[in-house]
Every structure is written in C-alpha cells, then in structure tokens.
Design a protein around this ligand. Structure first.
Ligand code: N01
Length: 549
C-alpha cells in the first residue's frame, strides 16, 4: 500500500469506528451496574467481557464449594428495591451457582445483554489528547471510540499459577480455582494435590477430600479460618430483613465495611478480663462469620497485643479440632495477626485433616522445587503420583487486570510505567495523567475491604453523577490532579501503617506475586468516611480534579 493510501485507509478506519459515550471493560457485578446506571442517564454504553457469559468472578470461580463469605442478603445489589424484595436466597451464604443465577437474572431483568459483547477481551485503551477520546481495541480485532472508559475489570480476576518448573511435563490434569471447567471436575477415585490454603483452598479442600480417594494439601502459609455456620436462610429472618431492606442499606453506608447489623465495639480487647474475652470469642465462633469476630473489640486490627488474644483463641480451636498435634501445629498460623490476611470462612476445614485420606505438607518448611511428570518435588522429597493438581494459588490482585491492558495516552503516560512502584490513584477512582478513565473499586479505595457490591454501587453512582455534572456544564474532560493524587496516596499509606495489616505477607500488599512492589493497596480507613470524602469532593466542584472542555 502506498503511503497516501495507507493514510486514507487509517482515516477511514477511524471514522468507521463505532462511537460510544462510554466503554465499560468487564461484565461482572461492576460492569453490569455501570451499564444499567449510565444507560439510564442517556449515555451510549458498550460493555466488553472476556468470558462467554456475564458474572466476572462468579462466572470463572466454579471450583467445588465456591461460595461468598458475605451473607447473601447483604451481598446483592441495593439499587432496586423491587429486585431485592423479589429475589430469594436459599442459604445464609450464596453459592457460586446461586450468585451467578442472580447476576444473570439482573442482566435479563434490566435488559442489559444487548449492550454487552461477550468473548471479547480489551487489549488496549489509548487516549488521544487532541480528540479527547479513547480508542479501545479488543482481541476480536476491532477498535471502538469512546469519550469515557470505565474499568470494571475486577480486583481478583487475573488468576496466577506460580511459575513452577516442569508444569508442562505433568501428565495428569491440572486446574486453577479461578479458571474452573464449566462442566465441573469429578475427583471420585482420584489422587489429588491442592496447592494453596487461602479462601478458595479452604472452601474446596473439604469437598475434594470427601470425593477423592486421596488428597495431599500443600500449605505455604497457615491461614486463620472461622466456621461459616452456613444454613438454609431462616424465613423469619429473611422476612424481617426484607421489611427493613432499604433502611438497612442506608445504614450500611455508615459502617466501616458496608454492612449494617454489627453493633460497633466500644472497648479494647485488653480492657476486659481473659474470662470475659473468652466468652465473647466463643459467642462469635458459635455465630459464624468473620466481620463480627474481628469487630469484637475496637482494636483487634490496630494493636498487636489485642490481636494476639483473638489469634490465640483461634489457634486453640484448631488444636482442639485437629486430632494429630503435629498436624494442628502446622495448621496453626503464627506468622501474621488474625485478620491481616483475608480471614477465611469454612465448613469443616480443620475437621478435614482428621480424615485418613488427607495428608498435609508444610511447604514453607520444605518448599516446592518443581512439578514432575507424576507429581511434585519439594526440597526434601517427591510427592505423587497425582491424577490431578489443583492450584488454589490466588490472583495478581487489584492491579493485575488493569496492567494486562495496554493503557496509555498518545505521546504521554503509560499506566504500567506509572504503576511500576505500585498503584497510585486519586480516591481509587481515577489515575492522574489518564483523563476520562474511571476505575470501579480501584486500588486506593475500600473495595476488597468492604461488601464489594455496595462499593461498586457507590463508585458507579459517583461516576454517574460526575458524568452528568460534566454534561450539564458542557465539559468533556476530567482528570485527577497530580497533587490531589499524591495527597490521597499518602493518606492511604498512613492509614494502612496505623493498622496491623502491613505486617502480613498478603495479596493486599502484593506479596503473593514475586517481584510485585510491596504496597498496601486497599484503603482501610472505613467505607463511611471514604464515601463522605467522595461526596465532599463532588460537592466542592470536584476538588482535586481538573475539568475542562
Ligand atoms: O487466593 P489467596 P484465594 N507455593 O491468594 C498459596 C477472595 N475469595 O483464591 O499465603 C505454595 O488468598 C498462598 O500461600 P501464601 C478473597 O478475597 C473469596 O484463596 O502466599 N503456595 C495461599 O495459601 C480471597 O482472599 C471467597 O504463602 C503458594 C494460596 O496459594 C481472594 O479471593 C472465596 C504459592 C493463595 O491464596 C483470593 O483467595 C475465594 C507457591 N508458589 C476467594 N503461591 C469467599 O468469598 C501461592 N500459594 C469465601
């Protein structure tokens, strides 16, 4: 093609591009609500979703036992009272299939599907400062143009299989919890290995143990887990909840983690006697759930000595449940305060280690060296043969999905470069240098430390108000100011440093991904205060943002 023809060709391509007001990346809980909300305001919106169905996290994580650890009456959209009144959750905690059914119901009920492109992964997003528009390219070879980009790509959506040598030589089957086969996996009669004991591993291990012939669990860090006490949803409790649903949702906005119904603690764990504390922890253990346990006292996540009382309580429980003291010893966490890694909820997790077909290996003491044709080799010995290895090894959390997209400004900033030393955002909503790009529940916002759906709704509503404000003023461009971002990042860090969270090697600090900069990513100053800050920024003419035509 001649240079002149190439010029004509590329001009044509640009004018042929489909044009939208907003492109939304991701068709999970965030993307669906963004579509509903923004379309309702008259914006043209296109959602791109890599999966063959909607649902995001709940579309991909189909491993046995996958279930939400926030109660189902809470872990649901609040934007439509009709929706929350009509939907019936069968159990205290929703299973993955139930939650996915709910999300599909929402997609149908609000007629969302025709604006969603499935099986389509966004590979790049490039902002043109001259036109003030984003060019969004997909793996289907198409590029569309949008004035605004909303990244609803998720915090735990980039599954991570550690780069063990020899994986390609393994002759059995291997799976990752976050990429589970849709047809399910039958482990009956099989010899199985599970690597990883985070929330996914802890949920899955009891079910695989009950089905497989033999299960070997490879644990690197012992994790704290509390009983979920799942049960069918009590009809009386459901009725009462529904009678007060709207008030409860409003009350949730005024809590640290976006869930109402937990009376705020009033005293330090050290202000009461050992006996009184024991009674309190026993009651929480019996009730089930992690928030209420960590909310027993004001300072469990602030004061190490206070936290030690709760950590030791759970270690004692582990010792009382697990028959073999040497196994209990491996399972009892000692290297981080309880709650500083995501606290797991389980059904029969510790009990599973009393089964005679389950074997626990401590790979902190004896690290995995490589995967072999039939199993795996640690520093000291070979394990196997295994028919299957299951990686419950987590995700490149909070930044992984955004870093996978080539996000840049023509002739300017590149997101991966800007985030080389860790993510930097203003309010977790925008990144300085990237105009008209919003992130739903981005790093630097409460996100994973709250009831995620409420956090998604709060961000989306804020973005919707912001776009409406721009439209009213005839403005077309908004960007976080670098000084406001710097101040926010400093605040996020200061708040984290005033807690015990940074003491743990968690995915909150990126510690599970070798080479990832150690930065505490979520905002742990509490949902209520965060929302007030966002509202105040908006009321103050979008303080800290530069707005222009
Ligand atoms: O992942 P994780 P997850 N060699 O990162 C181990 C949400 N979620 O999928 O701790 C050996 O927590 C790793 O060890 P270590 C929830 O927010 C919610 O379980 O890094 N082991 C760890 O044990 C959760 O926190 C629900 O030392 C290796 C495990 O793999 C988040 O998703 C359910 C290893 C990974 O645990 C992620 O949970 C499920 C290696 N090279 C998930 N690399 C509910 O709502 C990693 N590990 C209930």
């Amino acid at each position: 093609m001649s240079e002149a023809m190439q010029q004509v060709h590329s001009n044509n391509s640009a004018s042929d591009q489909r044009q939208y007001d907003v492109v939304v990346v991701g068709g999970g809980l965030g993307g669906l609500y963004a579509l509903h909300r923004l379309r309702g305001l008259g914006f043209t919106v296109r959602v791109f979703e890599a999966g063959s169905g909607v649902g995001g996290t709940w579309f991909w994580n189909r491993y046995p036992g996958a279930r939400c650890d926030v109660e189902s009456m809470e872990y649901s959209y609040s934007f439509s009272n009709e929706l929350q009144q009509e939907w019936k959750w069968p159990e205290r905690y929703g299973t993955q299939p139930e939650i996915l059914r709910y999300i599909n119901h929402v997609a149908d009920r609000f007629d969302l599907r025709h604006d969603i492109e499935l099986n389509t992964r966004v590979v790049s997003a490039v902002f043109d400062p001259e036109t003030g528009r984003w060019s969004v390219e997909t793996d289907q070879g198409e590029t569309v143009s949008a004035q605004f980009c909303v990244m609803a790509s998720g915090n735990l959506s980039t599954p991570r299989v550690p780069s063990f040598a020899g994986l390609e030589t393994f002759t059995g089957k291997w799976y990752h919890t976050g990429l589970w086969p849709h047809e399910g996996v039958d482990f009956s009669g099989k010899t199985v290995a599970v690597i990883g004991t985070g929330s996914s591993g802890v949920q899955m291990i009891p079910l695989i143990a009950a089905q497989a012939d033999h299960l070997t669990v490879f644990q690197r860090t012992a994790n704290f887990s509390l009983p979920a006490r799942n049960a069918p949803l009590d009809p009386g409790r459901e009725r009462q909840h529904k009678e007060h649903y709207e008030e409860r949702r409003i009350a949730a906005l005024d809590t640290p983690f976006g869930i109402a119904g937990f009376p705020a603690p009033t005293q330090s764990a050290l202000a009461v006697s050992d006996a009184e504390r024991q009674v309190a922890y026993e009651a929480k253990w019996a009730e089930g759930g992690s928030i209420s346990f960590l909310y027993s006292y004001t300072d469990l996540l602030l004061n190490k000595a206070s936290n030690d009382t709760a950590s030791e309580f759970v270690r004692q429980k582990i010792r009382s449940i697990v028959g073999d003291p040497s196994v209990a010893n491996i399972l009892a966490p000692r290297d981080h305060p309880i709650g500083t890694k995501r606290l797991c909820l389980d059904t029969n997790y510790y009990e599973t280690y009393n089964r005679n077909n389950v074997f626990l290996v401590d790979v902190k003491a004896d690290p995995i060296q490589e995967i072999t044709a039939t199993g795996l080799r640690t520093q000291s010995r070979d394990y196997g043969p295994f028919d299957a290895i299951v990686f419950a090894t987590g995700f490149d959390a909070m930044t992984g999905a955004l870093r996978e997209i080539d996000i840049r400004v023509q002739g300017g900033a590149v997101l991966t470069e800007q985030w080389d030393a860790g993510p930097r955002t203003y309010l977790g909503l925008m990144v300085a240098g990237f105009p008209n790009m919003f992130v739903i529940t981005g790093p630097g916002s409460p996100s994973v430390k709250t009831q995620m759906i409420l956090a998604i709704e709060q961000h989306t509503d804020w973005i919707a108000d912001c776009l409406t404000h721009l439209r009213k003023r005839g403005d077309g461009r908004i960007e976080a100011a670098p000084h406001a971002q710097d101040a926010w990042v400093q605040h996020v860090n200061e708040v984290a440093d005033s807690t015990l969270y940074p003491l743990a090697n968690s995915w909150y600090v990126g510690a599970n991904v070798p080479g990832k900069p150690r930065v505490f990513m979520p905002y742990v100053g509490g949902f209520a205060g965060y929302k007030q800050k966002c509202d105040a920024v908006a009321a103050n003419d979008y303080e800290g943002f530069n707005i222009s035509r």
